[in-house]
Design a protein around this ligand. Sequence first.
Ligand code: NAP
Length: 272
Amino acid sequence: MSKKVVLITGCSSGMGRAAALYLAKRGFKVFAGSREPERLREIESSSLVPIKLDITDGKSVQSALHDIKRVDILVNNAGYGLVGSVEEISEEEMFNQFNVNVFGVFRVCRAVIPKMRERGGVIINISSFLGKIGLPLLTFYNASKYALEGITDSLRHELKPFNIRVHSVLPGFFDTNFARGNLVTNKLTFSEDSPYKEIVAILAPTIIEQINGGNDKIEVAKLILEIIEDENFSARVAIGDKAKKFIPMRQILSDEEFEQRVERYYNLDRLQ
Ligand SMILES: NC(=O)c1ccc[n+]([C@@H]2O[C@H](COP(=O)([O-])OP(=O)(O)OC[C@H]3O[C@@H](n4cnc5c(N)ncnc54)[C@H](OP(=O)(O)O)[C@@H]3O)[C@@H](O)[C@H]2O)c1
């Protein structure tokens, strides 16, 4: 039987790279998408093929997929976090956050679904526990991941007749390149003159520390394999300490009670 074909976006580091390596070693043919595929040369093999893929560019997505005849599994992983207040973030920053985390997912899905529809398949969206929990200065990132949750819910209905399963993975904080290279901060919010400087002082160091001290990305790679192999896997799954702490709480508490827990946990109650 021929190998199942997986496409993963954002593979130069973090969860994408870990998942690409993990699946390639377990009998899958992995196309590892990256804006900089040369960063994947050292892990390239007959089972792990780096491809140039910029999900913000429709033409790049089309040409990346042009020679790939079929895709059995798509992992929408590429993403970054914009950090800043709603009033200070620029139009360009705002658009770019959605262009990568939301429209990028649509672009790749639109190119892949026709190659999946005949045989069925699995789409796994790497969302975040911040797709269910709001935090200050992360409003745009939150909104992009909340949107991704909506994409999962709708696509599950839309693609069920074609035997395509769609799932959301909601990681808590994981030790990847995310806090080192992919948190984009707004200059005004992080300046001394910002009206939000107190929130920055309380929240930013905690979030960075929690990401860098977060869970191991291999857990996400293993979970992706579990989802692929289990036809009855749940629609969404929380993974990592922070997600497992907050997501179940969100489900049982009222919005207001939950908000208080988050405020206490992140010391935001000090601001009142
Ligand atoms: N780490 C965490 O704590 C955490 C928690 C919850 C959710 N997540 C989510 O997990 C996914 C993977 O992140 P990670 O933690 O593995 O972080 P990472 O190591 O920074 O990897 C993210 C990847 O996304 C791609 N990417 C980043 N900025 C991009 C841009 N502007 N345009 C296009 N692609 C871009 C990059 O791929 P290329 O350079 O190869 O193109 C990069 O390798 C993201 O969707 C993130 O939101 C992370």
